[in-house]
Design a protein around this ligand. Structure first.
Ligand code: NAD
Length: 319
């Protein structure tokens, strides 16, 4: 399978490395002459161009898009209209209507439209999903995510779009349900108009609720998702090397007969083994399988649209 890639900035080279190993990487595209010169040296057998139309006119079966977020919708649309399967970095569009349009074009031509929601391929997140789906946690009641760091403070994207898209994709994947309510509060303390601290609340038709704390202004570096079930609770902590997932046998147990208060149960705490495969490699492999016709192409696109809809609602409430 021939693959072309647009965007050779910070993230694109990781995609280039994986696709060069997993498929035939035949065309690389970037508007920056400097980036093109560097990649022509790194991949001497690959055609390097600054013209996205040249990439589309080539014999690539699939196009991978790792350009800045505001360009995603237009480039993905052009690639789908040229009959190419598309893997586009998250989020594929900044408005729900645009994302719906991409989903429709892909469906009408039976093409893959896969958003690069990296965390969905993280073996730790896959373990969370297995635990939930196997009923290990009992009914899931709440999920909350912490993504904080006194880190790179972006000036073009707020914390919701830059950080929240990761947690939102995971929360929706774990619950497999679209929120009926999505509200965000935040503030732009450093760059006017670009919220650097955002708190989000989500409510689902089933009654489950979720929360996200997203911030570049924080003493803690946290990459953590906590799932509270009626029987057990589980934490995915991506800052941990060996304890990515911890399962707590803690739960409300029974209402006490005499005092009317709930008794709680606190049992073992255990750490399931998590494979160490690179999530990006697993993501790229999943995309190639979908292109080959193995798996549900429509679902990844529709799930991606659910994420953009929730992001849009959260952004609208943020003001
Ligand atoms: N999944 C992840 O964990 C992860 C991590 C980092 C970035 N990303 C995503 O990857 C994308 C790129 O981010 P980045 O940090 O690499 O940005 P970047 O600014 O470092 O790189 C973007 C590159 O795209 C090129 N470009 C811009 N417009 C173009 C066009 N029309 N055609 C061809 N090339 C074009 C630029 O010259 C630049 O080299 C973003 O969507 C970002 O959200 C994902």
């Amino acid at each position: 399978m021939n693959v072309g890639l647009a965007g050779l900035g910070y993230w694109g080279p990781n995609l280039a490395r994986n696709f060069a190993e997993l498929a035939d990487l035949t065309v690389l595209c970037d508007v920056s002459e400097e980036r093109r010169a560097e990649f022509a040296g790194r991949y001497p057998d690959v055609r390097v161009t600054g013209d996205f139309d040249e990439l589309l006119a080539s014999d690539v079966d699939a196009v991978v898009i790792a350009t800045p977020v505001p360009t995603h919708y237009e480039l993905a649309k052009r690639a789908l209209e040229a009959g190419k399967h598309v893997l586009v970095e998250k989020p594929p569009a900044m408005r729900a209507a645009e994302m719906d349009e991409l989903v429709e074009i892909a469906a009408a031509s039976d093409l893959t439209l896969m958003p690069g929601h990296l965390l969905l391929y993280h073996p730790g997140v896959v373990k969370l999903k297995q635990l939930i789906d196997a009923g290990e946690l009992g009914d899931v009641l709440t999920i909350y995510a912490n993504r904080q760091n006194l880190g790179i403070v972006r000036v073009n994207e707020n914390a919701l779009w830059s950080l929240g898209v990761h947690d939102l994709s995971v929360i929706l994947y774990l619950l497999d349900e679209e929120p009926s309510e999505a509200v965000a509060h935040g503030n732009a303390f450093l760059t006017p108009g670009v919220e650097d601290v955002v708190f989000c609340f989500l409510r689902f038709p089933s009654g489950r609720i979720a929360h996200m704390h997203l911030s570049w202004l924080d003493p803690h570096k946290m990459r953590r998702i906590t799932v509270v079930g009626r029987e057990k609770m589980v934490v995915f902590d991506d800052m941990e090397l060996e304890r990515k997932v911890t399962v707590y046998e803690k739960a409300p147990w029974k209402r006490a007969e005499t005092y009317g208060e709930w008794q709680t149960r606190s049992g073992d705490i255990y750490i399931p083994k998590i494979e160490t495969s690179e999530p990006l490699r697993l993501e790229c492999q999943h995309f190639l399988r979908l292109v080959e016709g193995d798996g549900d192409r429509g679902k990844v696109a529709r799930d991606g649209a659910m994420v953009v809809r929730a992001l849009e609602q959260l952004q609208d409430s943020l003001g």
